[in-house]
Ligand binder design. Structure first.
Ligand SMILES: Nc1nc2c(ncn2[C@@H]2O[C@H](COP(=O)(O)OP(=O)(O)OP(=O)(O)O)[C@@H](O)[C@H]2O)c(=O)[nH]1
Length: 682
């Protein structure tokens, strides 16, 4: 790697910048693609391999030993006069929150598919995450060299499972181990790779007719979606490469279609056209909609202008040898080293002591960062992921990424009681860095519970604390995170919070109705109190108190969801009423109302997709049934069976070992938490 990061820009025209993520199912080849991109762009001079633990982006010791990406890593490179900031994201579902936070700050993404498996469950999930943030995407069908690789089947899975129109711009030359190049259908030029050499050749005679047919198909598909292409198609009965490229760019940005390319990252084939496509089709920060935020409750927009007031979103926080790094996407304005910003949500002013351009685990100090940039800063002591940092004179709260609720917990304790405080401090820092982790003390057992998105997520988190702080930690068995909801509520519950025993008194009378909400992961609150009997600030305090009460339900102290609370009446005292008194009444009142309601325990369920050899099918199905699984489908694919089932998460602990032994190591599976359902009585 160039240690001085000499390709990095101090200033750049925004149009020449691309902030791009690589998204995919686990093992589709994201890290390998990133590695090849860095090599081809001259950013590194030696290619690393995932299996050797030598890649640039999987630099964490746990990533290297496990051979998977755990933390999104940022790298930059130059291609064809453009600067590309690339974020290699994790593919495992347990780290989907890391993907969510990256997507929030990206302007475009490359969705990677495996040419044999096509669209896999986690590809669907990340596709939906990208939809949520309106991130334009192109698709790269990787592993074209694998036996069973088939571009057409992968493309069909894009249409069927991602519900988007594929715009296939290449025809592969050769297949499986003979895959050697591609014909670019837009320009009708052919390219082949031979080890490290890349050359343009004449379109092979044997493929000419097929290439013409495929181009025609591309023209027709694009003509259906884009008026310029439709016009040219009818006027000249063909479409120029320029018109087609411009239309493909528009369709990518609107999400009406997805450009599809193919290659084999492992064998260094197809990466140059992929980089060309990133530059040609994905937008620069100047071409994406202005970011929106709120200031004093009013929605405002900020454009990507270095001269506008500074606004940036924190998407990652990481403690390193360099100090606490706060990763920012700058949306508007300019921040200089030594500058001051305000953490809008926390209302704290922070000094930016250093600004770093990040190259995986290497950093180069720069003097400033401008609109469009992705950088890390040193200085902010407590800004969390999702925080907005702004110019103090023009504060604006940007929308934070959605945080996924944890579904699995483990009890953790320091092996030596003298380490208790150190462990508590380390866990606090861990949660600051990864908002999808939570720590709480179990009110019944007094144990410290660490909760996250899956067994692997928690394993990695505990290992991180062990390594970083040299702590010996005892870890309990994983348990799912239950929830409680209301099956039948109560109405007219009166709660009187009164303390008038001398000194400042407390007085709050409230009457609550509690009922189930259809959306079981939500909470709704309303007030129908008439005649100003409860002033607005006290109504808000009651709502805050109710939210406090939701933390622990009456069945087993689990979080309560799916509840609507209506404040129907209340009374105040001229001297002794306060927001605190009404908040306390809200908390204790709802707690009493929930105790009086019929409650139901909910457990998380996951969609399991298992790929198993046909001869093991019977055993695997029987095992899933024994785990309370409901089979929703099974299909044959490349000599194996793909089984999809919905299984309670609590029944999936240790499933990896069980599946391996039932299939003699030939079966694989992925899971995706899909929601909560009523649990059988414990
Ligand atoms: N045959 C073949 N194997 C590939 C190709 N690209 C990647 N691989 C291999 O597939 C495995 C997974 O590759 P990675 O690059 O780690 O995949 P990833 O998507 O980054 O994985 P996660 O980050 O863990 O989700 C590695 O063993 C790679 O060597 C390819 O084009 N062809």
């Amino acid at each position: 790697m160039r240690t001085n990061l000499d390709h990095c820009r101090q200033h750049h025209p925004l149009a020449g910048l691309r902030n791009v993520g690589i998204l995919a199912h686990v093992d589709a080849g994201k890290t390998t693609v990133t590695e090849r991109v860095l090599y081809l762009t001259g950013t590194i001079h030696k290619r690393g391999e995932v299996h050797d633990g030598t890649t640039v982006t999987d630099f964490d010791p746990q990533e290297r030993s496990r051979g998977i990406t755990i933390f999104a890593a940022a790298v930059s490179c130059d291609w064809d006069g453009h600067s590309i900031n690339l974020i290699d994201t994790p593919g495992h579902v347990d780290f989907s929150d890391e993907v969510e936070r990256s997507l929030r700050v990206l302007d475009g993404a490359v969705a990677l598919l495996d040419a044999v498996a096509g669209v896999e469950p986690q590809s669907e999930s990340v596709w939906r995450q990208a939809d949520r943030y309106g991130v334009p995407r192109i698709a790269f069908v990787n592993k074209m060299d694998r036996p069973g690789a088939d571009l057409d089947t992968a493309v069909a899975s894009i249409r069927e499972r991602l519900h988007v129109t594929p715009l296939v711009v290449q025809l592969p030359i050769g297949s499986e181990t003979e895959f050697s190049g591609v014909i670019d259908l837009v320009t009708m030029r052919a390219y082949v790779w031979n080890d490290d050499t890349f050359a343009e050749i004449a379109v092979p005679e044997a493929l000419l007719e097929q290439a013409r047919r495929r181009r025609r198909l591309l023209e027709e598909t694009v003509a259906e979606l884009h008026p310029d292409v439709l016009e040219e198609f009818y006027e000249r009965s063909s479409v120029s490469a320029e018109t087609l490229t411009a239309a493909l760019r528009d369709l990518t940005r609107s999400g009406a279609g997805v450009v599809v390319l193919c290659g084999s990252a492992y064998r260094n084939r197809g990466i140059e056209p992929l980089l060309d496509a990133v530059v040609a089709y994905l937008p620069s920060p100047a071409e994406v909609p202005a970011v929106r935020g709120t200031a004093d409750g009013v929605v405002q927009e900020r454009v990507a202008d270095p001269m506008a007031p500074f606004a940036a979103l924190v998407f990652k926080v990481n403690s390193t040898a360099t100090g606490r790094l706060t990763y920012l996407r700058v949306y508007s304005g300019t921040i200089r080293k030594g500058g001051t910003v305000v953490d809008v949500g926390a209302g704290r002013t922070e000094r930016i002591s250093r600004i770093l351009r990040v190259q995986a685990d290497q950093h180069a100090e720069v003097e400033q960062a401008v609109a469009g940039d992705i950088v890390a800063v040193v200085g902010p002591k407590s800004a969390r992921s999702g925080a907005t940092l702004c110019a103090p004179a023009a504060p604006l709260l940007l929308e934070a990424p959605v945080v996924t609720d944890p579904v699995v917990s483990v009890a953790v304790e320091a092996r030596r009681s003298t380490d208790n405080d150190r462990l508590a401090a380390a866990l606090t820092r861990l949660v600051e860095e990864d908002p999808s982790l939570t720590v709480r003390t179990d009110s019944e057992t007094g144990q410290t519970l660490l909760s996250g998105l899956g067994e692997l997520h928690l394993e990695v988190a505990v290992e991180k604390v062990r390594r970083a702080h040299g702590l010996e930690i005892g870890v309990g068995r994983p348990q799912v995170t239950y929830r409680e909801t209301v099956a039948r509520g109560v109405s007219g519950l009166v709660y009187r919070h009164v303390k008038q025993d001398g000194g400042a008194g407390q007085f709050a009378h409230i009457t609550l109705d509690v009922e189930p909400l259809e959306v079981t992961d939500d909470f709704a609150f309303q007030s129908v109190v008439v005649g100003g009997r409860v002033p607005q600030e006290y109504v808000r305090a009651v709502e805050a108190g109710c939210r406090d009460a939701l933390a622990e339900g009456p069945l087993g102290g689990h979080p309560v969801t799916g509840v609507r609370v209506t404040l129907t009446d209340g009374a105040t005292h001229p001297k002794d009423s306060s927001e605190l008194a009404f908040r306390t009444a809200g908390r204790l009142g709802l707690r009493e109302a929930l105790r009086a309601s019929a409650m139901v325990l909910l457990e998380p369920v996951a969609e399991v997709t298992a790929t198993v050899p046909e001869d093991a099918m019977g055993g695997v199905l029987g095992d899933l049934a024994a785990r309370r699984g409901r089979i929703s489908g099974s299909t044959a694919r490349s000599g194996a069976m793909v089984i999809v089932a919905t299984v309670p998460l609590a029944e999936l602990f240790g499933y990896a070992t069980q599946l391996r032994s039932r299939t003699q190591g030939r079966g694989t599976f992925t899971t995706r938490t899909t929601g909560y359902v009523p649990a059988p009585s414990l």
